[in-house]
Each structure stands twice: as C-alpha cells, then as structure tokens.
Design a binder for this molecule. Structure first.
Ligand code: ADP
Ligand code: MG
Length: 334
C-alpha cells in the first residue's frame, strides 16, 4: 500500500513538473493501463483531459478516484482551464463551413455546416435528412475556395439508406471525379446502438493511426437504434445516458479534429400537444443540448423542403425553402 502511494505521488509530481506529453506520466497509469487506454483511443493527454471519469473507469478498469486524478493532472499538464476571448476568437477563425448548394440554406446557417460543431437535422420520414447527408458527403470534399473543407468523410449508416448512386449523381453535378469522391467516403453500416457507438469511437483511430483527413462525420440516423432498443419508460433513463455518452464522443471528435458532425434525428408524435407543431425530436434535451446547430426539416409547397433553424448560439432563428434535386440542393428561384 505504502509503495503504491509513494509511486503514485511521484508520478503525479513528474507529470506536473515536466511538460512531457504521454499518458504514461499520469498518476496511476502503468504500462498495462496505458495499453488499455490506448486501445480505446486515449492516446494523448488531451483525450484524457476531456474524458469523463466514468469512461476511464470503464475502459481502463481503474477506480473512480484514480480516474479523477488522471483527468486532473492531464488538464494541469496541458494548462487547460480558461481561455481568453481572444484565444477563443482565434480558434473560431479555424472553423470551416460546408456549403449546401442553396444560397438561402447557407445564409440560414451562417454560411454552411460548421466544423468543430454538431449539426442535428430532425424531421419526419421523407423530409430530406438523408438527401442532405449525401449532399454533404460530396460537398465536404470540395476545396475550401469552392465551399468545402477538402477532406474525407465518415458515413455511419444505421438504416441502410446510403446510396452510392446518389453520390455519383451529386458528384457529377459538381463536375467531380465520382470514383474519387466515392473512395473518399468511408461508409459503415451500424447494426445496433453499441455497434454505432463503437464505429464512432473508431473514427479517432482512422484519423490518428491511419492518417485519414476526416473533415465530416455523418450519422444517419443518430437515434433510430436507440429508439428501437429502448422501448418503454422503464429504460428511458438508460437510453438517455447512453445517448449522452455517444454525443460526448461526437463532441470530442468535432472539437479535437475541427471536423463537422452531421446527425439526423426523427420526430415522434407528441400525444399531449394539441396546438402548434405536433412533433418532437427523439432523444429530447440530450441530443438538443449537445448539438450546436439544430434544424427542423419539413416538406413545403410544390415538392420543396423547409429548413428552420432553432436555438443557435449566434444566429437568428429563421427558416428557408429549397428543393432537393438529382444533383443536390437548389434554391427555390434559380
Ligand atoms: P429522410 O431521410 O428525412 O427520411 P430522405 O432524405 O430519404 O428523407 O428524402 C427522401 C425524398 O428525397 C424523396 O421523397 C424525394 O422527394 C427526394 N429525393 C430522393 N432522391 C431524389 C432524387 N434523385 N432527385 C430528387 N429528389 C430526390
Ligand atoms: Mg433517412
């Protein structure tokens, strides 16, 4: 016991006094723990610093007290804490935007789908959520000067609705090499919520270990498996907890790699509401709270679609119409 305590505080000191940035310098992290952590994607100080004690307990098998100490010293080693407004502004300057093909839609969301943020689009079946996913998977690959962010895309398909043919049509509409575009989309079919979460956690490996320049992660649909697997009120809390963990992983991905995250969400009828919009997004406040941009999508007149921006931190609420076409999104008047 004594020896353990001794080495514990020594390694704590070591991790604080040197600027060495390896997780092995953290208190309570020996070779075996480090291996477990690395296997789960905790391979640098930042990943530990932004982790939660619960996640570390689960992945590394350490006690909660040790997990808390690990996080604390990773934060200290990284000199985390407050950032000045100026530093934040600099970080915001790195944010890139993926344009939509519709000027009205771009304006609604401040220029395009932002990197370093989760954008949630919710709406009924057939409202166009999957079409937007396909459009983004192509347009994210455009260079910055053409309204993309020049990189690869991860597409986690939970409903089996990804269609390479649609990618080809949209890519050809933009005069891109459709084979190249397809190659740059890493598609994975998620068969249940655990699988979906595992795939999401693997994105970090794809970036760090395989060197893939992922600029956009799509999860279509974010909530379908969760909804199907947790039926009944008894398991609702458990579902929300799991969904919350999933959203945290996505937030971390977006933040750490300055990439865009696009998730889709269905709506359900709200039985106790008689006035206004009779629909509500699945996942409730958990998904809403973790999404920086929330867009409600519905069918409009003459086959158009209407997107409504809700609760943005920096943009006015508003809505716009557009068309979904063979080659992507188009303005109502073009
Ligand atoms: P959601 O994912 O919200 O359930 P989708 O994104 O699958 O809905 O939208 C399906 C709709 O998209 C179709 O009903 C159709 O109106 C439109 N759509 C699908 N493919 C095309 C296409 N090639 N050209 C034009 N519109 C299309
Ligand atoms: Mg869909």
């Amino acid at each position: 016991m004594k020896i353990e305590k001794q080495s514990f505080s020594n390694s704590l000191k070591a991790s604080l006094s040197t600027k060495e940035k390896t997780i092995k310098d953290l208190p309570g992290v020996g070779a075996a723990t480090a291996e477990k952590l690395e296997a789960s994607g905790y391979n640098d100080m930042l990943s530990i610093a932004v982790g939660s004690p619960g996640e570390l307990v689960e992945t590394a098998g350490v006690s909660e007290a040790v997990a808390r100490k690990m996080i604390q010293s990773a934060r200290e080693a990284l000199d985390m804490g407050f950032e000045s407004g100026e530093e934040l502004l600099k970080r915001r300057a790195k944010v890139e935007r993926i344009e939509t093909g519709s000027k009205a839609f771009n304006t609604l969301i401040g220029g395009g789908f932002e990197t370093s943020a989760i954008t949630e689009v919710f709406g009924q079946y057939g409202s166009g959520k999957t079409q937007i996913a396909h459009m983004l998977a192509v347009r994210a690959q455009l260079p910055k000067e053409k309204g993309g962010c020049g990189g690869a895309v991860v597409y986690i398909d939970t409903e089996g609705t990804f269609r390479p043919e649609r990618i080809i049509q949209i890519a050809q509409g933009l005069k891109l090499d459709s084979n190249k575009v397809l190659k740059n989309i890493k598609v994975a079919r998620a068969y249940n919520s655990d699988h979906q979460m595992l795939l999401t956690e693997r994105v970090d490996d794809l970036i760090k270990k395989k060197g893939v320049n992922v600029r956009l992660v799509i999860i279509d649909s974010l909530t379908a498996h969760f909804r199907a697997e947790f039926i009944g009120r008894g398991t609702l809390a458990e579902r929300q907890q799991k969904l919350n963990r999933h959203m945290h992983v996505l937030t971390k991905l977006a933040d750490m790699h300055n990439l865009a995250v696009y998730v889709t969400n269905q709506v359900m009828a709200k039985p106790d509401q008689f006035f206004g919009d009779p629909t509500e997004a699945i996942g409730g406040h958990i998904v809403a709270h973790n999404s920086v941009f929330r867009i409600y999508l519905r069918k409009g007149k003459k086959g158009s679609r209407v997107a409504k921006l809700i609760d943005s931190p920096s943009l006015p609420d508003g809505e716009c119409g557009f068309f979904v076409t063979e080659t992507g999104l188009k303005d109502l008047k073009e």
